[in-house]
Design a protein around this ligand. Structure first.
Ligand code: GUN
Ligand code: FE
Length: 430
């Protein structure tokens, strides 16, 4: 059954410009795809459709989180005095070890999913842990919610605690069993090949990950050029590689299939050129870069100018806030600091940050993140009257929501045309 939603509609087709339809209509087909958006109901050709009127609310594409560690959720907001490598050893790995216990994993993952839903994030690229069964559990829980995700069992076999280490053959078998269960085309929840980062994967592990990705045509996610100590470590471990990105590329993990790399704070020169050539997406994680003392700011303006796609990531628990709206604000603020030191690189606009969180990131999942015809209807309905005492223009209402709003103003959430209600989430919690 077709549906037509009426509200103030905002989305981006291009990176630097909003499309705004005051009292507009969006028609959605029975597969959950946008048929058309218009201010004029009669041009939609949907006389037979049910019309749902959201009145004075804002309606815009839902958020996509391009980099988040579900099993680090309990660590959010602690150990922020540490730099990346000690932070991993002392806090992150010990927490991930606990996920061998299915009861613990279910309890924590349920909280994570409830809060992801609360924040209005309908799709995510997620790291689980190296445990196969706990990754399966997270994928099944995602399926129960109706939200979309790429979920990765994390490849690790060196420089980490034994409890998280897995022989290469076992890693491959674990992946094969997840792929057999979840790799259906059109499925909302699918596997993604996830070597943690070069220091935690031997050449054999990286090789096996690359082969899995190509064999099953699966996407890839990992970390890249986040921290100077990390980069120096990679250089000493992979002596033949010409840059960090090249250390993935040699194993078929750098754009041979769709690839998203978190951070890229120090990506430049050859590495940037390679990302461009291979269409590798950046998951920009500004909160994480501030917290775990990356010491730099990712050159996002340059990425955009060079045509490298950039999405946003919360990077829980390097990042402290699961809300992609908050991450947008940090991305803008950080780019302003960057622009002080690089006046030739203007700071990010609100439209650009919004586009990164919606259409740019969404492209990793298919036709997601816009309301152009054929896009999957992933959307949020925002009743901002408690934030909006004056009659502001619609884009100021959106901006205020992004800067100040939270889950209290989100009245409806849709993923691929289906409303994801609180019931969908609480039933998973049982
Ligand atoms: N590099 C390797 N593992 C991690 C992780 O869990 N978080 C972050 N931010 N960087 C990493
Ligand atoms: Fe991360």
């Amino acid at each position: 059954m077709k549906k037509v939603y009426k509200a103030h509609i905002i989305y981006t087709k291009e990176h630097n410009r909003f499309e705004v339809l005051e009292n507009g209509y969006v028609a959605v087909d029975d597969k959950g795809r946008v048929i058309k958006v218009s201010s004029d109901l009669s041009v939609l050709g949907c006389e037979d459709a049910e019309i749902i009127d959201f009145g004075d609310s804002l309606l815009f594409p839902a958020m996509n989180d391009m980099h988040v560690h579900a099993p680090q959720y309990r660590n959010t907001g602690i150990a922020m005095d540490l730099e990346l490598l000690p932070w991993l050893q002392d806090y992150t790995y010990p927490e991930e070890i606990k996920y061998a216990d299915a009861t613990y994993a279910r309890r924590m993952y349920s909280r994570f999913l409830r809060d992801l839903w609360r924040c209005g994030t309908m799709r995510a690229c997620v790291f689980a842990t190296s445990h196969t069964e706990n990754t399966r559990l997270l994928m099944r829980l995602f399926q129960e919610t109706g939200m979309g995700a790429f979920v990765g069992k994390v490849g690790m076999n060196r420089n980490c605690p034994e409890e998280l280490t897995e022989p290469v053959g076992e890693m491959v078998r674990g992946y094969e069993s997840l792929i057999a269960e979840f790799n259906q085309s059109e499925a909302l929840v699918r596997p993604i090949i996830t070597p943690r980062f070069v220091p935690s994967c031997t050449s054999e592990m990286l090789q096996a990950c690359g082969e899995l990705a190509v064999k099953h045509q699966l996407p890839v996610q990992s970390h890249l050029s986040e921290n100077k100590n990390e980069i120096a470590w990679v250089q000493s471990l992979e002596k033949n590689s010409t840059c960090y990105g090249d250390a993935y590329d040699r194993y078929g993990l750098f754009g041979q299939t769709p690839t998203v790399m978190a951070h890229c704070v120090y990506t430049e020169g050859e590495e940037l050129e390679l990302m461009k050539q291979r269409g590798v997406m950046v998951a920009h994680c500004p909160t994480s870069n501030l917290n775990i003392a990356t010491g730099g700011i990712a050159p996002v303006r340059q990425f955009l100018e060079e045509g490298v796609l950039v999405g946003l990531g919360s990077d829980i628990s390097g990042g402290h806030d699961l809300s992609i709206f908050r991450v947008m604000v940090y991305a803008i603020q950080m780019s302003k600091m960057y622009a002080f030191h690089h006046p030739e690189r203007p700071f990010l606009t609100l439209a650009e940050a919004f586009w990164m969180a919606t259409k740019a990131a969404g492209s990793f999942f298919g036709r997601v993140g816009s309301f152009e015809p054929g896009y999957e209807f992933d959307a949020l309905v925002i009743d901002d009257h408690d934030l909006n005492h004056d009659q502001y223009p619609l884009l100021h209402r959106l901006e205020r929501y992004i800067y100040l709003g939270d889950d209290r103003q989100i009245k409806h959430r849709f993923c691929r045309g289906k409303e994801i209600t609180e019931m969908c989430i609480t039933s998973m919690l049982l």
